[in-house]
Each structure stands twice: as structure tokens, then as C-alpha cells.
Design a protein around this ligand. Structure first.
Ligand code: NAD
Length: 347
């Protein structure tokens, strides 16, 4: 175990990167050594607020600094592969915001490079570190919900629009990574329809259907064109139902509800019994997910454990993203998703 702080370079200081700066500045085990952005005004703004960090527009400078242990890449996705490759080749551990890269093959290349160099590669699938998502995972694993029949999710808001990628590419990784974490395998097939209602060529709304086989399906609604913000996921199990609403004062509500079907004893007798029992609002920890994920990353660098959102998980998420994008361009055609390479027990 090393005792000194890890020195980090944060590359990309737009909307999301400054959150990383704030969190690293609060971590005991890490400090910001460098900040980097192509935009001079943005860089100057953050340099003033981080006087102990060196500021540059050129990532090669922190990469050449032997004091830098790790690099956080918070640039738009089209730059992820190039910057992460450079950082890994310079011998730095790397944390890349979601999605890991612009394609599965780029992401797989990064995973292979990190493995070859024996470096940590983690991806910012922030929701895997969200206490309600983890509590739901614990309930699913313990069988509290029974067999999962389906999951239905809405992730919608009015913006923020991105011009570089579709809503599937931007928002989908959140739900796809959560599903990957809960269900522990990739969907077998995906179909999606979408619409570029506002900005031609960039789908701002998409409805994605995922079939995991074994009687488990999921539906994900993604949109930048909705009247208000909603992040709501419903898990329907054979025993209980769970509603996860991110950002709500009651983020997890467990419904002791269900329907029981009894085989008819006589011809024409068809019996369903409805159960509507207690609704319990579950207490969840108030940990900040973006802090927890950076702590997981620094921990991986320090003690060598696999980060929760490791490169392999990030590749799996991109498998689903790519299949959904492909289906959307083919009017909802059912597209197969490549099986996970990360221990996929159902395959
Ligand atoms: N985990 C989450 O919940 C979450 C939320 C929002 C965004 N993100 C992810 O964070 C990443 C950044 O998104 P954003 O909304 O902050 O983008 P943004 O466009 O607001 O900011 C990106 C910044 O990167 C800089 N940049 C681009 N290329 C660069 C280079 N080669 N070197 C240095 N700086 C460079 C730009 O000048 C800009 O300041 C994306 O991958 C996005 O998907 C994650």
C-alpha cells in the first residue's frame, strides 16, 4: 500500500469535468496535479480556482510528467479513444467518462492496451455507484423480488442537447450499464425506434426494447425532448415490484404487489388472485455516486482490485448501444447483441 496521494490530471473542463475536480479535491487519497482543456477561457477560469494544479491545453504535458499517476478524461466521446490511448501508452492509469469510446472496437482496443500495460482502465458509469441502484441489486440477488419478469425505464428531460451523439449514445449507457449490473448479462437482442424531432440526423428520442431471453424483457425510453426531468425505473418481479426514482426523496419504493395464477381445477374456471400489500419506502445511504466511483478508481490503482465499472463492463454497454443504434437506423429491426466476454453465466 502506498501512503502518498495519487496525482491526477483532469482533461476536459466543460459541463462534467469540473465535478471531477471538486470530488478529487475532497478525496484524501488523490490530488489534482494538472488541468487540461483546449478552450483558453475555460482553462483560465479553473486555473484560478485550482491554484496548486498546473494548467495546459496540451495533454502531452501532464503525460510527460512522471509525477502524474492517473488521467481523468472528460472530453466529448469522439476524443476518448485518442486521449485514453495516449495516456495508457504514457503509463498512466485512466478513468474515461461514459461511454468509454465511440465504438465497441475502439473500447475493446483500450481494454487490451490497459491489460497489456497492467494499468487500470475504468469508465464513468456513475449509476453503478448510486446507493439505490446498489440496494436494488442486493434485493435482486437475494431473490426478494422473485423472478424478474421485466424492467421498464424512463430517462427523459428537456435537454441538454448534444450535437455529436444521439440520445441513445448519450443517455443509453446509464440504463444499459444499470441493467448489465442487475441482470449480469447482455441482452440477446435489441430493437429501437427513434426520432430526430429537433436537430436533423441526431435522434433526440428513442424507445429501446431489450430481450434478455429466459422470460426477461426491458424497455428503455430515452429523450432530450420532454417537459420535465424523470429518471424512473420499475422492476417487476414475481414476488414484489420495485420503483427506483433517481433524485426523489423516496428513491426506492418496494410494492408487495403481484398477481397469482392458479391452474383451473375445472373446465372454464380461470383464477387470478391480485395481491396489493404494503408499500415500503426503503432507506438508502446518502453517498454521492461520483465520489464513490472515483474512490473505487483510486482504490483500484492503489490495491489492484477491479473497478466496478471496468473496461469489460464498458465494452458490454457499448455492445448494447451499438445494437440499438443499428436497429434504429433500420426502423426497429431486431439486432443481436454480442454476448459478454465477462463471465456471462446465462450463455
Ligand atoms: N457520468 C455522468 O453522469 C455524465 C454526465 C454528463 C456528461 N458525462 C460525460 O462526460 C463527458 C464530457 O461531457 P460534457 O458534457 O462535460 O462535454 P462538454 O462538451 O461540456 O465539455 C468537454 C470539454 O472537453 C474539452 N476538450 C475537447 N477535446 C479536448 C482535448 N483534446 N484536450 C483537452 N480538452 C478537450 C472541450 O474544450 C470542453 O471544454 C462525455 O463523455 C459525457 O458523456 C457523464
Amino acid at each position: 500500500m502506498r501512503s502518498e496521494k495519487l496525482t491526477m490530471a483532469v482533461v476536459g473542463l466543460g459541463y462534467w469535468g469540473p465535478n471531477r475536480l471538486r470530488v478529487i479535491n475532497d478525496l484524501h487519497e488523490a490530488e489534482v496535479g494538472w488541468i487540461c482543456d483546449l478552450e483558453p477561457a475555460r482553462l483560465a477560469h479553473h486555473a484560478e480556482r485550482n491554484p496548486l494544479a498546473r494548467a495546459t491545453a496540451d495533454i502531452d504535458e501532464p503525460l510527460a510528467d512522471p509525477a502524474v499517476d492517473a488521467v481523468i478524461i472528460a472530453t466529448p466521446v469522439f476524443a476518448h479513444e485518442e486521449l485514453a490511448t495516449k495516456a495508457l501508452e504514457a503509463g498512466k492509469h485512466v478513468f474515461v467518462e461514459k461511454p468509454l469510446a465511440a465504438s465497441c472496437s475502439q473500447a475493446a482496443g483500450l481494454v487490451e492496451l490497459a491489460e497489456r500495460r497492467d494499468l487500470v482502465l475504468a469508465c464513468g458509469h456513475t449509476f453503478l455507484h448510486s446507493p439505490p441502484v446498489q440496494a436494488a441489486k442486493a434485493m435482486i440477488d437475494a431473490g426478494d423480488l422473485g423472478a424478474i419478469h421485466y424492467v421498464s425505464s424512463s430517462r427523459v428531460n428537456l435537454g441538454p442537447y448534444r450535437s455529436d451523439v444521439s440520445a441513445i449514445f448519450d443517455l443509453g449507457p446509464h440504463d444499459f450499464s444499470i441493467l448489465r449490473y442487475w441482470i449480469e448479462r447482455n441482452p440477446a437482442t435489441v430493437s429501437a425506434i427513434g426520432l430526430d424531432a429537433i436537430s436533423p440526423g441526431v435522434a433526440d428520442v428513442a424507445f429501446v426494447h431489450l430481450d434478455f431471453r429466459d422470460d426477461l424483457i426491458a424497455h428503455v425510453e430515452l429523450s432530450w425532448l420532454a417537459p420535465s426531468k424523470l429518471r424512473r425505473t420499475v422492476i417487476i418481479g414475481s414476488e414484489k415490484m420495485l420503483v427506483y426514482e433517481d433524485g426523489s426523496p423516496e428513491p426506492l419504493r418496494l410494492y408487495d404487489s403481484g398477481i397469482e395464477y392458479r391452474d383451473p381445477e375445472t373446465f372454464g374456471e380461470y383464477q387470478l388472485s391480485y395481491r396489493t400489500g404494503d408499500i415500503v419506502s426503503l432507506r438508502v445511504e446518502a453517498t454521492e455516486p461520483i465520489a464513490a466511483e472515483l474512490r473505487d478508481f483510486t482504490g483500484s490503482v492503489i490495491d489492484g482490485h477491479q473497478p466496478l465499472a471496468n473496461g469489460e463492463v464498458a465494452v458490454d454497454v457499448l455492445r448494447t448501444v451499438e445494437a440499438a443504434e443499428a436497429s434504429m437506423t433500420r426502423d426497429g429491426e431486431v439486432v443481436r447483441v454480442e454476448a459478454s466476454q465477462v463471465g456471462d453465466p446465462a450463455r
